[in-house]
Design a protein around this ligand. Sequence first.
Ligand code: GCW
Length: 692
Amino acid sequence: MMNTRDEDGYELWLRYRVGHEPDRLAQYRAAINQVIVLGTSATADIIRGELSRALPALLDREVRCSTHKPDGQAVVVGTLMALAALGITLAQDQSSRLGEEGFLIRSQRAGHGNLILITGHSEVSLLIGTFHFLRLLQTQQDIRLLDIASSPRIRHRILSHWDNLDGSIERGYAGRSLWNWDELPHTIDPRYYDYARACASIGINGAALNNVNAQVESLSTDYLIKAAALADVLRPYGLRVYLSPLFSAPMQLGGLPTSDPRDPAVAAWWQKKVEEIYRLIPDFGGFQIKANSEGQPGPRDDGANHADGANMLAAALEPHGGLLLWRAFVYDTTIDADRAKCAYQEFVPLDGKFRRNVVVQVKNGPIDFQPREPFHPLLGAMEQTPLALELQITQEYLGQSLHLVYLGGMWKEILDADTYAQGSGSTVARMVDGSLYQHSTSSIVGVANTGSDRNWCGHHFAPANWYAFGRLAWDHTLSAETIADEWIRATWSNDSRVVDQLKAMLLGSWPACIDYMTPLGLHHLMQEGHHYGPDPAFNAAPRQDWNNVYYHRAAATGVGFDRSSRGSNAVSQYHSPLREQFDQLATCPEKFLLWFQHVSWTHRLSSGRTLWEELQQRYTGGVEFVAEMIGVWQSLETDIDPQRYEHVRQRLMQQRDNARLWREVCLNYFGRFIPREKGGAAPDQPASHHSR
Ligand code: GCW
């Protein structure tokens, strides 16, 4: 059947279309006659609004919504206390382990009918539970005997917006910032509510509003009032706001002669500033800060260290319950000539020196959100400090909003990676969720890919990554495949043929992207500045470690960064048995080969091919996968609404061309190091560069 109803992607995964299975529809209609949402708070109203939007659409008929006692088959949404007041108690009480945001969804007989209860301790938990219930319908689950208890494994699940106050977004590829600072606090863009809805539907509970490359004005009273207006919108959806301050604000904003964290006047300035923030935003989440990194000011400017800086800010936040997320994205190469080693060397000695509300925020890998990196060694190295995992949803180095690349698999690889910090089973996930060292707080941060584009993220498939971030932040044990399945059903179709084909596309897209950009552990080969497209020859940066040749070290002898014990010894920052594994050519996993080893072009890999042959094979395989995606997409033309179909089709063509360019430029470049008799390419003209 031709799908002609045009869609523009605005509705994301909250489209609420009737499913394809008639039996399910009948089941849903039988089970949901009436909906009762108890409570009068703003959150209860949001739940009512969501159910009255979703259920008639999903059931294709009217559904009664009331606040009265249920009769017959009903969905009842209310806190445990509100249910008790109606005389409804749970047959089996699992509520003690739920926490503030966890929810229960239970089928229960009552009087003449069957009820579906959605409950928890707080109204926000009901909202998250309601979205979960709707997800069951959106993905065509059997709802006859529901018994679901779900709580987040990670406490703070934050989107970090690298949004500037002028409306531009650093590494944003979907238009301008969502926040219209000029018009705030008076004009509240309705889109803020839809942003909050989308976040709440996947359990995200924090938004860091401004860029970590911060502007000092974001802490001025004017801007705090604007941030407070946003906080008011987000609050009933369960989201708190965070801000990224500039470390030297006491000087620029406060007129002090220094921002030295050990100076009592500086501490007092921050204390007052934080008090002002909490007067305006009583549930303010805290600060996320980039200090002494890429030109940002920080404590080291005054000879203090990261702990001095973090503790001073944390002390100001602590009385209000605020969190301090201190980023470990620092690479002062006077500390070590290998950029990958720097953060570990600065932070490990500080373990145990941070205040209780400090969280050290670590990117997934030791360089910078590359298509694939081994996990950051700090993630296995701090015992007394809670660590936040920072992931990048916006695809700075993965084709931005022009390539279809689903990141669920990448994030699972990181979360499931075993650090061996406490013997085997010490996964990154357990480090981050706090269970490994019994930390009482836990955080995960995703650099957002949202913007003012009508479809939110530029590419109609990019919301899959926003969605996957939220779902994994809530429950990192979910598989990348399960998450993809949910997202596809809610975003595109429940038709099993469509689901299967799109799932294969999503799941194959990240491995393919690695292959056509940076296979076998290569990294940092992109064009400078905008970071789109290949430029392995780049060697003109003001810093050594911003040059691509610094990373791949291609020469007649081979290619790759020797981080073994014979080289920079970055392997020593990992626990045994990883350090020994990464240290030896024979045992280093091929996916990280050129990350840890400098390897001869003629070295044979497990495939039987030489390194040079394998590189060619990988680049070509990556390009072929993109070509296949185009074929699959075209075969689904009649199943997809025309506007979204065409938009994606055009982007896939661009992705294919860009993937080909990566292959050509990289193979051409590396081929120059290989003697012709060994299959190397003749030196060639520098390939043309695409600018974004
Ligand atoms: O990924 C790099 C980006 C910078 C970014 C920096 C960071 C916000 O290229 O644009 O700055 O990382 O994470 O601080």
